[in-house]
Design a protein around this ligand. Sequence first.
Ligand code: 13P
Length: 257
Amino acid sequence: MNLPHKIIIGNWKLNDTIAEGTVLLQKIHQELKGFSAATIVVCPPATHLYPLHRELKSFKSDPKIELGAQNISDYEAGAHTGEVSAIMVRDLAKYSIIGHSERRTHYGETDDQITRKVAIALEHGLQPILCVGENLAQRHDGKAHQVVLDQLNTDLSDVTADEIKKIIIAYEPVWAIGTGTFAKPGEIEDMLRLIRNALVQRFGRLASTESRIVYGGSVDGENAKAIMQLQGCDGVLVGGASLKPKEFAAIVHAGQK
Ligand code: 13P
């Protein structure tokens, strides 16, 4: 089932000062003035959440733009230097990306940590944007399905049928991130179907049809429409193109039915 409104999520990654991020947000809002036919989320660096939260409150017209964190700690509080917890983020953001492949690969984040992050996010009212996806070697070895199923199996192990509705699953093949090579339509549809079936099997049809499944990896203003028209695609998770206001706005428009 495709949900009525697409969700377009911008992941700003490690880019922009607070001043630059504020201007970026203003420009995105300006480009999309009056638009209300999509759920729009931006995920800036953690330092930007508070000023951008305030900035959003000053916007008086559509579009409604929501905030997400890029990561949260797998601990709630305590002696964990450098971490930011779900409790700290929840007053500023509605969502948190969890288990992005850059965190899995560059920071050695494990599925066990990701399981804890998902549970902590849900406990404190944050909606997880859970990223899964295979790397190139795994795809070439014919292991893509198994990798994604294993990630889902572990990362969602503490999630209930009621909670799954709040989770957005982002299929992001590692080889498509930041490379300009987006996955082929058939590959995307195949994975979205696999993920949906896994949710249905585990959580039941009703709960599973309400959670959103999105694609991420080299989404831009040109390919966004075709990607979002694919069967089972509820939206996109955008990296590089989310830093360009006109292009991000074009992607948001591309999601309109
Ligand atoms: P790109 O859109 O730059 O490929 O990044 C995708 C991504 O990692 C979003 O989380």
